[in-house]
Ligand binder design. Structure first.
Ligand SMILES: [Zn+2]
Ligand SMILES: [Zn+2]
Length: 319
């Protein structure tokens, strides 16, 4: 018999009354509390998961209330915060080396890699570039609380990112601005990944749980509003990248490098003005619907690269 079956239905039990626990369950709860108070959140999660697989703790809709009763509100808050910060086990803060171009940013023939914007770094497909543990693996009853915490954290990070000045490209110093803009763009994109995942999870919450619907709606609205600001910043940073690439094209030694820089300038500038991000790591269709300006800029850029690549094309098309 599980703990919930033995105690969960006790009449008159309210959230402020500590739950009377079976010894093995009490031991697990005590271990979780200790781990949390020592700041060892992943250990607390491990104890929790073990207890769930041993059927000592029931992972059902009542879980949040049960945790509050048996572990106390303070420890439960900590536990929720730990869950909200569990990293994706697949990537490093949402990014990986781009597999499309093997991290080079372009093909053998110099065609730019649209997926990674020729940066050589792609977003993680597992966590959507958010860097966080997927919400689907968070116990259902804790999801809304985890969503709220992640959106709050993303909001704080976004405030910091948006407070930073957009890098300035000067005639002689384009390289630092380019690096800085690329770094900031990836940061913005990670936050968009968080917001996209959380908006999606909140929409599901809204349809599946009537009691959470009002909160979930507010979360979705907050995600969309913040995404708009971040998208604007992404476009500003793309413009910086375009300017820096133009400068680079004009000053760099070597025809091939100069031509690559020219293509980048054109590609970034097109992305910034069209806001059409399909086929790139900047796409977030569940958060920001695809711009109706142009059907697919990424494909277009690929084509223009190819055309530019073979101006006096004598080689037959290979495909
Ligand atoms: Zn790539
Ligand atoms: Zn990931």
């Amino acid at each position: 018999m599980t703990e919930r079956e033995s105690d969960g239905t006790t009449p008159g039990l309210n959230a402020d009354e500590p739950e009377a626990l079976e010894p093995r369950v009490a031991q697990t709860v005590a271990r979780m509390k200790d781990a949390l108070s020592e700041g060892n959140g992943s250990e607390a999660v491990r104890f929790f998961r073990d207890a769930v697989s041993n059927k000592l703790i029931v992972e059902d809709e009542e879980l949040l209330n049960w945790l509050r009763r048996s572990m106390g509100k303070v420890a439960t808050e900590k536990f929720l915060t730990v869950f909200s910060r569990l990293p994706c086990f697949y990537c490093n803060r949402g990014v990986l080396r781009c597999e499309e171009c093997d991290g080079r940013g372009h093909d053998e023939d110099g065609t730019l890699c649209s997926e990674c914007l020729s940066l050589g770094i792609d977003r993680c497909g597992f966590c959507g570039g958010s860097g966080w543990f997927t919400i689907n693996h968070v116990p259902r009853a804790l999801q809304l609380q985890v969503i709220l915490r992640r959106v709050l954290a993303a909001g704080k990070d976004a405030d910091a990112v948006l407070a930073d000045a957009v890098p300035v490209v000067s005639a002689t110093q384009y390289d630092d601005a380019k690096k800085e803009a690329a770094r900031a763009l990836l940061q913005v994109n990670r936050l968009l990944g968080v917001l996209e995942n959380m908006a999606e999870a909140a929409r599901r919450e809204e349809t599946e749980r009537a009691e959470s619907a009002a909160t979930a709606q507010k979360v979705v609205a907050a995600c969309l509003a913040l995404a708009q600001k971040l998208e604007e910043r992404a476009c500003e940073l793309l413009t910086v990248l375009a300017d820096a690439s133009s400068r680079e094209a004009a000053s760099i030694e070597g025809e091939d490098k100069s031509r690559l820089a020219q293509r980048r300038a054109k590609f970034f500038s097109h992305l910034a003005s069209s806001k059409s991000f399909a086929g790139t790591l900047l796409r977030h269709p569940l958060l920001i619907p695809e711009s109706s300006v142009e059907p697919d800029s990424a494909e277009e850029s690929k084509v223009s690269n190819a055309e530019e690549e073979r101006p006096e094309a004598t080689a037959p098309e290979q495909s």
